[in-house]
Design a protein around this ligand. Structure first.
Ligand code: COA
Length: 318
C-alpha cells in the first residue's frame, strides 16, 4: 500500500476489496481485511465473532452492490451499502453497515451489521428500487392476515369501524380524535422499519376482505430493540375469531427472528381477561401485578405484567 494513501483511500480500498470477495467468490482477502475479533450482527439479530465463519467458502452467486456511504471519524470509519444477491429461489436484498478501526497504524474491519431488506419490505422488489411505501413498511403474512402499513382508504374504513366503540376502554390510548389523527399516525415519513430502535406499528389487514381490522405494535423500551413492549387492539366486529392470536404469534416471531428481541412484554389492565387469555395462548408468563401504575381517564389502574423471553420462545419452537 503506497505511503501517500490517505486514511479515506485506505478504507475505501478495503471496502471495495470486501465487495470483490463476493463478486469473485474468493474469501482469501478477508484474512487481511477483517480483524480477528470482527463481530458480525446477522439479519436474525444474532451477534458473534465471525471472521472464521466468513472465510468459509460458499456457493458463488451473482451480486450487485449499490447505495454507498462513507464516514471517517478519526481512527474509526463507517461504510454503508446495499447488496442484492441472486439465489435460486429469487433475489435477496440486504443493507449493511461496516465499521473499520485503525489499530497500531493498521486499518481493518472490526464489525459488520447486516439488515434484511426482504423481510423489512415483504419480499424483494424486482426493480431493485424502493417505492416510498415499500421503504417505510414491513409486511408480515399469516394464513388470514397481512400486517403492514395501511392505505389511506383502509385508514378511513377502519376509523369508521372503531369510532364510538368501547375498544379504547381497556388500553391507555383514548383513540383518535378524528380520521386525520389516524392518517397522521401512519405518515410514512415518520416511520423507518429499518431502525430497530424505533417503534414498529402495523395494521392488521384481513386478506379475504382487504380491510384494516386492528393494530399491533412492538415498541423498544428506551430505544433498546432487545426489550419490546407489545401492543394490540382489534375493532370489535373482528374480535373472538382468533385474529389477534394469529397476528401476534407472527409479530412475536418477527421480533425474535428479525429484531434482536430478548424479552417481549405486555401490560394488561387488571380484569382484561380476553387480553390475559390471548397472551397466555402465545406462551407469555405472568410475572406480577403492577399496582397503580398508569392513569386512565383520571383513574389509577393496576396492570398485570406478562412476558416471554428468547429462551422460552426458542424452547416452545423446538
Ligand atoms: C385484546 C383483544 C385483542 C383480544 O381479542 P380476541 O378476539 O379475544 O383475540 P383473538 O382474535 O385471538 O380471538 C381469540 C378468541 O376467539 C376464539 N376463536 C374463534 N375462532 C378462533 C380461531 N380460528 N383461532 C383462535 N381462536 C378463535 C378463541 O376461542 C378466543 O376466545 P376466548 O378468549 O373466549 O377463548 C381484544 O379484546 C381487543 O382488541 N380489546 C380492546 C383493546 C385491548 O384491550 N387491547 C389489549 C390491551 S392489553
Amino acid at each position: 500500500m503506497p505511503d501517500s494513501m490517505s486514511d479515506e483511500d485506505i478504507v475505501r480500498d478495503l471496502d471495495r476489496r470486501w465487495n470483490d470477495v463476493y463478486v469473485r467468490n474468493d474469501r482469501s482477502p478477508f484474512s487481511e481485511i477483517l480483524a480477528d475479533d470482527l463481530r458480525a450482527t446477522w439479519p436474525d439479530g444474532r451477534s458473534e465473532v465471525a471472521k472464521s465463519k466468513m472465510m468459509e467458502p460458499t456457493p458463488g452467486r451473482r451480486v450487485e452492490f449499490s447505495e454507498r456511504g462513507f464516514e471517517l471519524h478519526g481512527a474509526t470509519a463507517v461504510t454503508r451499502g446495499r447488496i442484492r444477491v441472486e439465489h435460486p429461489e429469487g433475489p435477496h436484498e440486504q443493507r449493511f453497515v461496516r465499521v473499520y478501526a485503525k489499530r497500531q497504524g493498521r486499518w481493518q474491519a472490526v464489525s459488520v451489521h447486516v439488515f434484511p431488506l426482504d423481510a423489512l419490505n415483504g419480499g424483494t422488489n424486482p426493480s431493485g428500487s424502493m417505492g416510498s411505501l415499500a421503504k417505510h413498511s414491513v409486511r408480515i403474512e399469516t394464513d388470514r392476515l397481512c400486517l403492514t402499513c395501511p392505505t389511506p382508504a383502509q385508514i378511513d374504513d377502519y376509523y369508521a369501524s372503531i369510532v364510538g366503540s368501547n375498544m379504547f376502554d381497556t388500553i391507555l390510548w383514548d383513540g383518535p380524535a378524528g380520521p386525520e389523527d389516524l392518517h397522521a399516525f401512519w405518515d410514512p415519513d415518520k416511520r423507518d422499519p429499518g431502525r430497530m430502535d424505533l417503534d414498529l406499528d402495523l395494521a392488521v389487514i384481513e386478506k379475504a376482505s382487504d380491510r384494516y381490522i386492528g393494530g399491533v405494535s412492538v415498541r423498544p423500551v428506551g430505544g433498546d430493540p432487545a426489550i419490546l413492549d407489545l401492543g394490540y387492539a382489534l375493532a370489535p366486529a373482528w374480535q373472538g375469531q382468533g385474529f389477534a392470536t394469529e397476528a401476534l404469534a407472527a409479530l412475536v416471531r418477527h421480533a425474535f427472528e428479525q429484531r434482536s428481541a430478548e424479552r417481549i412484554f405486555a401490560t394488561i389492565f387488571v380484569g382484561n381477561r380476553t387480553s390475559k387469555r390471548l397472551v397466555e395462548r402465545l406462551g407469555f408468563q405472568h410475572e406480577g401485578t403492577l399496582r397503580r401504575v398508569v392513569r386512565k381517564r383520571g383513574v389509577w389502574m393496576d396492570e398485570w405484567l406478562y412476558a416471554i423471553t428468547r429462551p422460552a420462545w426458542e424452547a416452545s419452537e423446538s
